[in-house]
Design a protein around this ligand. Structure first.
Ligand code: ATP
Ligand code: MG
Length: 320
């Protein structure tokens, strides 16, 4: 199911349809959690490559030597420990799509090698004499301002121009007002099905809170909030108290200063106690004069993994 009620997202999807059929490299930009990888998958699904592999490489997850052997592959003896040939992901994704997630995190050396691969559409595995054709379509994603990275000499200008030819910007969720409730409904159905709970919607008040929140964490934050709400919900409809405190506005009362929700303060206090005790729950329990089980329960509730309890609404301690 693809939800696109907002003009901003409709424009992004129209671009997806337009560029999907070609083999051109595409740059997908947007804030963290906005759905860059999701868009990359839509490009893959809208292309002739849809039945072939879709592979994502997280460029920030490993040191560059390891990343290079992952991407380009290697032959036996290319480095100590290379005891057999490896095809590399650029080759394994042959006929399909390879996503380079967080491309701004590539080292300058790896950027140079990638540029050659994209320009010549040929891959040379580490230590190999032969080059092999590049048959994967490459999509790069970033949440950084690549032009600023170029200015700061952290990103090669030639590579930037090479991948920037076709760019799709994924709008932040706050610019997609009309998508918030339909997305929430979709994510809710999914979360309810997964946790086998009869939750089927939101009250009007809860919906209004979702519409008014600014969603700095974008679709991922919405998804986490809905999973949390479904986990603690005791009825068929999500009520405001089911939503993580981070999402709920604090209740301002005329003439009084705003206070943080008690649940949030409790979670903060708990984290502080645990930090003082280096994560030792028994010691933290003694420090706070409560029993260890209570600590465990509070922690479980905080990560949203608790099963709904009647007491939940009075003060489940925080959004995790
Ligand atoms: N249009 C959408 N419909 C349903 N789910 C979506 C949509 N867009 C994003 N999501 C979900 O939101 C989460 C975040 O999306 P994604 O991983 O694509 O974001 P991202 O921009 O790549 O984030 P990051 O910058 O952290 O890498 C994922 O769980 C994804 O499935
Ligand atoms: Mg991503």
């Amino acid at each position: 199911v693809v939800i696109a009620e907002s003009p901003a997202f409709q424009r992004a999807l129209a671009m997806v349809e337009r560029v999907a059929p070609s083999d051109a490299t595409i740059l997908v930009t947007g804030e963290s959690g906005a759905g860059k990888e999701w868009i990359a998958r839509q490009i893959h699904l809208a292309s002739e490559r849809r039945d072939r592999p879709f592979v994502t490489v997280h460029c920030s997850a490993m040191p560059s030597t390891l990343l290079e052997s992952e991407l380009f592959g290697h032959v036996v003896g290319a480095f100590s420990g290379a005891d057999r040939d490896r095809a590399g992901l650029l080759r394994q994704a042959a006929g399909g799509t390879l996503v380079l997630d967080a491309i701004a995190d590539l080292s300058l050396g790896t950027q140079a090698k990638l540029l050659r691969v994209l320009q010549e559409r040929r891959v040379r595995p580490l230590g190999a004499d032969e080059e092999l054709p590049l048959e994967a379509r490459v999509i790069a994603t970033t949440n950084r301002d690549l032009e600023a990275e170029v200015d700061a000499q952290r990103f090669r200008e030639d590579l930037y121009h090479r991948i920037h030819v076709i760019a799709i910007e994924v709008p932040p969720l706050r610019a997609r007002g009309d998508d918030i409730l339909p997305l929430a409904q979709l994510l809710l159905r999914r979360a309810a099905w997964r946790s086998r709970k009869p939750v089927r919607g939101l009250t009007e008040d809860a919906a209004r809170i979702l519409l008014e929140h600014s969603w700095p964490g974008n679709v991922r934050e919405l998804e986490n909030s809905i999973v949390h709400a479904v986990a603690v919900c005791t009825g068929e409809l999500i009520v405001p108290q089911d939503l993580p405190p981070r999402v709920r506005p604090t209740q301002a009362i005329a003439g009084l200063p705003e206070l943080a929700p008690l649940a949030e303060m409790r979670a903060r206090y708990l984290r502080q106690a645990l930090a003082l005790c280096h994560g030792n729950k028994s010691m933290a329990a003694r420090l706070l004069d409560i029993d260890r089980r209570t600590i465990s329960n509070l922690l479980a509730a905080r990560t949203g993994s608790c099963v709904a309890s009647r007491a939940g609404h009075a003060g489940h301690p925080g959004g995790g």
